[in-house]
Design a protein around this ligand. Sequence first.
Ligand code: AMP
Ligand code: ZN
Length: 112
Amino acid sequence: MDCVFCGIVAGRVPSTTVRDEDDVLAFRDIRPVAPTHVLIIPKRHIPSLADVGPDDWPVVFRALRVAKELAESLNLRAGYRIVANVGPEGGQTVGHLHWHLLAGRPMGWPPG
Ligand code: AMP
Ligand code: ZN
């Protein structure tokens, strides 16, 4: 399977790790759109939130816990945004479930 995030998990694709847990990995986005832009992924390949099955909820919970803990350890006291793009119309470009942790500038609403 040709999945860039599976490549990062396997160490085949270089990345800057921010947090490495048993089943969750966080690393810097290669094209940051905010001063802080971290991606949080389950290490297991799940294509998107739409594909999360009954056995996947524990890792979804742990990924969100990592996002919250990273916001604390990165001192994002002014606030932050967590985004999961789902499917083509949701703006998803990498088909491996991930959350964006964005911070360091005011966030607009509605998102584009
Ligand atoms: P999305 O558009 O929501 O699917 O987000 C995919 C994100 O992955 C984009 O923000 C890309 O910049 C990022 N990305 C793609 N390839 C890499 C990579 N090799 N290392 C880090 N981030 C990546
Ligand atoms: Zn993958």
